[in-house]
Design a protein around this ligand. Structure first.
Ligand SMILES: Nc1nc2c(ncn2[C@@H]2O[C@H](COP(=O)(O)OP(=O)(O)OP(=O)(O)O)[C@@H](O)[C@H]2O)c(=O)[nH]1
Ligand SMILES: [Mg+2]
Length: 450
């Protein structure tokens, strides 16, 4: 967003970004936020509480401080303000009393609803999607993540331009600047439209580069770690690969995919990719723009779906992840459920037994802990079995003095048996396709696939 006329939103989000950065760096609390939930009348109390708690964690991740909250159970939404007019007045009082400078709705607000609420409240009003976009904007590090977030933000912004201009006129005091005319908004719309196409093109180029990189890794077994935010994906990859990855008890610690090689023992290796976490009501602009990042998952041989078993809402979180995987057309990939954080469960044995009994015949599951010594062994076993399964079993007969070939079989494959017969050797082994090809071309080697 670089054009001069888009200054309204740029100014606002730059100012906010600077404040958030300051918060992240110095640990200072800034915006005082009141949270609002408008759940359906029939939604369970426990679930409502979980949702509000999650919104609170999101607000904190964005650098805000939650000073109060308000919930209205709804049958149907009020078109102008989502919540009813009485609740709007109550909220206005609460905001004044708590000296809040921000109101965050857990539910999506239509552009006109946000505008009406802002007018009624006289403080900034945002919804969960905007909050998530903001967090992503502050935390994005790589060029690709930054492009993706900017695209998502602009697409979110487009239908809300008029409201953004209201912000600006307020910042400038309003006098002589009663909001821009329609022409101004039209100009902005065109500029943003142009920037959106530009971003899409850039992202396409990055995706093409990424595809080329992936080609270079052909032949290796690849698995992708996906899951709800904070489930422990980065911890699992760190535990398996020894790589120094960012692990944090906060939502959306990881925004950039990282791929690391994992040594599975017996000569087997796999490439594992850590991906961005999912969350309930992930803004669909964001899902769309993160598609290319998640291409890694699309091309994986296996999806490891990490679940935080110690979270009271893990079942709902699992469903959210499966939904997003569906949106990304990733449901047809082979999947394994990785129930993580078992060290935090009091009656782990019972719970594991129950889950196993319930999910019999469904997606295979393993139970792990990323923090306990040896707690990830079950993942290694599963990966080893999968990688092994891809390596054909062969018998190889060759002269006993073919040291180089024998060493290669030991190094790249898994030797299952070895017999010496005079000057000849007979090996049974599992070997990767590349080595198989090489041995087939070797005139000294007699090969048969089992
Ligand atoms: N007790 C316990 N804590 C864990 C385990 N795995 C991860 N954690 C903690 O859970 C928090 C989140 O872990 P991460 O690995 O950052 O989670 P993530 O899935 O990568 O999260 P995002 O990148 O935010 O989506 C951190 O505080 C970890 O230390 C585990 O097996 N047991
Ligand atoms: Mg992570």
């Amino acid at each position: 967003m670089r054009g001069g006329h888009t200054a309204a939103c740029t100014l606002k989000s730059r100012g906010r970004r600077a404040k958030l950065k300051a918060h992240l760096e110095h640990g200072k609390q800034i915006d005082r936020a009141v949270l609002v939930g408008a759940p359906h009348r029939l939604l369970e109390e426990r679930v409502v509480r979980e949702h509000m708690l999650e919104l609170e964690r999101l607000t904190e991740t964005a650098g805000g401080k939650v000073v109060g909250s308000l919930i209205q159970r709804l049958d149907t939404a009020t078109p102008q303000t989502l919540i009813g007019s009485g609740k709007v007045i109550e909220l206005r009082h609460l905001v004044a009393e708590l000296e809040a400078d921000l109101v965050i709705f857990d539910d999506d607000l239509k552009p006109n609803q946000a505008k009406n609420l802002e007018q009624a409240m006289d403080v900034r009003v945002m919804d969960r999607s905007e909050l998530i976009l903001d967090i992503f904007a502050v935390r994005a590090r790589s060029r690709e993540a930054k492009l993706q977030v900017e695209l998502a933000q602009l697409e979110y912004l487009l239908p809300r331009l008029a409201r953004m201009w209201t912000h600006l006129s307020r910042i400038r005091g309003g006098i002589g600047l009663r909001g821009p005319g329609e022409t101004q908004i039209e100009t902005d719309r065109r500029l943003i439209g142009r920037r959106i196409s530009e971003l899409k093109k850039k992202l396409k180029d990055v995706a093409a580069q990424r595809a080329t990189q992936r080609k270079g890794r052909d032949g290796q077994f690849r698995a992708a770690l996906v899951g709800y935010t904070n489930a422990g994906k980065s911890s699992v990859l760190r535990g398996l690969s020894g790589a120094d990855l960012l692990v944090e008890d906060r939502l959306f610690a990881t925004l950039d995919p990282a791929t690391r090689q994992v040594d599975l023992g017996s000569g087997y290796t796999a490439l594992l990719t850590d991906t961005v976490g999912f969350i309930r009501k992930l803004p669909h602009h964001l899902v769309a723009s993160f598609r290319s990042t998640l291409e890694e998952a699309r091309e994986a041989d296996l999806i490891l779906h990490v679940i935080d078993l110690s979270h009271p809402d893990w079942e709902a979180q699992r469903d959210v992840v499966n939904e997003v995987l569906g949106e990304l057309d990733l449901t047809d990939r082979p999947q394994i459920l990785l129930f993580n954080k078992v060290d935090r469960i009091t009656h782990a044995e019972e719970q594991i037994h129950e889950i196993r009994a319930r999910s019999l015949g469904e997606t295979p599951a393993v139970f792990v802990s990323a923090v306990e010594e040896g707690g990830l062994e079950p993942v290694l076993e599963v990966l080893r079995a999968r990688v092994r399964g891809r390596h054909p079993r062969v018998t190889i007969e060759l002269p006993a003095d073919s040291g180089e070939v024998i060493a290669a079989v030991h190094r790249e494959g898994e030797v299952l048996s070895l017999e010496e017969n005079g000057s000849r050797l007979r090996l049974t082994a599992r070997i990767p396709a590349a080595l198989l090809g090489r041995l087939k071309r070797d005139p000294e080697v007699e090969l048969s696939e089992l």
